[in-house]
Design a binder for this molecule. Sequence first.
Ligand SMILES: [Zn+2]
Length: 244
Amino acid sequence: MKVNGFFKTETARPKLNGTHLPLNNSKNNGHDLIGDNHVATSLETPMREDAFLLSDEQKMLLIENKFRDIMNVLGLDLTDDSLNGTPHRVAKMFVKEIFSGLNPENKPKISVFDNKFKYGEMLVEKNINLNSTCEHHFLPIVGKAHVAYVSSGQVIGLSKINRVVDYFARRPQVQERLTVQIANEMKRILKTEDVAVIIDAKHLCVSSRGIQDEGSSTITAEYGGVFKDPLRKEEFLKYLSLSI
Ligand SMILES: [Zn+2]
C-alpha cells in the first residue's frame, strides 16, 4: 500500500549505520517555542487526511520498528530479555490504548433519554479520572475532569460522560483543546449549549523535566450557555468544592 507522507522524508535523509539522520540540526524553527509554551494551534486535533489508510496492525508494526530504532540509537541492548519486548509493547500501547481516541471508530456510541423526571437543575459529574498525553513531549497528563450540564429535554447515562472524557483524552493533547473538545461533544450529544467543563491536571513534562515543578497543576475551563451567568458558574464551582 502506498501512503502519502509516510516514507517520503526518509529517502532524502542521510544515513548513519542504517539510521536516517534529521535533515538539519536547527532547533529554533519555532517548534521548540510552541512546545515549551504548550500552545495549541487549533481546536481540532491536527490529523492528516491519510490518517486511517493503515490498519491498526500495520501501524503497530511500523511503530514497533521505529521505536526499536530509537532504542538502538540510545545505545540500548535490544537482545536483553527485559528490553526486547519493549518496542512491541510501546507500539501496542500507542495504537490500542493511549492514542486510541485518534480513531473516530473508537468514539463511544452514546444514546440519550428523555428527561422524564423534568429535572431542571444542573447535573454535575465531578472527579472524572483523566489520563492523557502532552502532544509536545509525549509525557502523561494526569488529573480530574468535572462536567456539568442543564438538560434541554434529554439526559445521558452518567458513566457516558466518563467515556466522552476518556475518548478525547486518549490522544496526544493540549489541555485547552481537550477541555473544549469534551464540551463541544457534550453540547452535540445533549443538543444544548448549557455545558461546562473544568479540567485540573498535572503535566509530567512540567513536573519531571524542564522547570521540574511538582507542586503545580493546570486548570482550564469552558463555560457554555447558562454557565456564562456568574451565578450558575458560582453554583457549579460550589458543588466542586463540596466533599461528599
Ligand atoms: Zn508537554
